[in-house]
Design a protein around this ligand. Structure first.
Ligand code: SF4
Ligand code: SF4
Ligand code: SF4
Length: 254
């Protein structure tokens, strides 16, 4: 990774929310043991959930949420111009996330169902990289606080930034869980990037893929596994589409 040349020791940071539940910002703001040390590294220039400061000079812009209105796209473009480094964090920002379910229906039908005759300014959901260049993305719904802190510290120090390349199954097996496929469930763990410590499957809930695809996944083989086990194709499609993370694989005809 290139050295970003931050000359000051305190990193100027802004965090900005777009269409989302703000759960990822909340993860960062949680009062846990690492928060004081983390905040010592940062000069919070703009972070609505934890500070009343409002400034436009920041080194790093953390972007939470997806883009669903024209004014959001314009605001994001301004933030991109102000920031040296732009980081999309959370599955809404990285992939569109649960908001993207809206894109499965005609826009006017969705507006009518939700808002009736009221006029609403809304667009199909876009992830951050559909609108501006992002430098890094940190997936998860919500993100792992530890992972975001580690990556921000790495940006500040010019260290190597990486996410786990392997799938959730690795962490799930390390926790000695019974595989949910053996219990007749469809789990996206074999194709999803690890880093959450298999939190869902450890609670006996199948992985829905919120961290997006792991590196070098064998998607056709995963589809074949589900077919061989005679599990529901409709349920599989629903799970694959939930966070909008696997679109490039689902529609790859090669
Ligand atoms: S990724 Fe999940 S937790 Fe984060 S803002 Fe979106 S819906 Fe909320
Ligand atoms: S439960 Fe899911 S994550 Fe765990 S081993 Fe089975 S497929 Fe992998
Ligand atoms: S187990 Fe899957 S859905 Fe659950 S947090 Fe991890 S990646 Fe996300």
């Amino acid at each position: 990774m290139q050295h970003l040349g931050f000359s000051h020791t305190t990193l100027k940071i802004g965090s900005f929310d777009f269409t989302c539940c703000e759960g990822c910002q909340l993860q960062l703001a949680n009062h846990e043991s690492s928060l004081p040390a983390f905040l010592e590294l940062l000069d919070i220039r703009n972070f609505r959930e934890i500070s009343s400061e409002r400034h436009d000079d920041y080194d790093i812009a953390l972007i939470e949420g997806s883009i669903t209105r024209q004014d959001e796209a314009e605001r994001l473009e301004t933030i991109r111009k102000n920031a040296k480094v732009l980081v999309a964090y959370g599955s809404c920002a990285c992939f569109g996330g649960v908001n993207s379910l809206k894109n499965n229906f005609p826009l006017d039908q969705t507006v009518r169902e939700v808002y009736g005759d009221k006029s609403v300014d809304t667009l199909p959901v876009r992830k951050i990289s559909d609108v501006v260049k992002e430098d890094y993305s940190i997936p998860g719904c919500p993100v792992s606080k530890e992972e975001v802190e580690r990556i921000i510290v790495s940006i500040a120090t010019g260290s190597i930034i990486s996410l786990p390349k392997y799938p959730v199954c690795v962490e799930c097996k390390q926790r000695l869980n019974t595989c949910l496929f053996d219990l007749g469930e469809i789990c996206l763990g074999p194709i999803t990037r690890a880093g959450c410590d298999a939190v869902c499957t450890s609670g006996k809930t199948p992985c829905l893929g919120c961290r997006g695809p792991a590196d070098d996944i064998n998607f056709p083989s995963f589809m074949q596994l589900v077919s061989d086990l005679k599990l529901s194709r409709d349920e599989l499609d629903e799970k694959l589409g939930f966070y909008n993370c696997f679109e490039e694989f689902r529609h790859d005809k090669s």
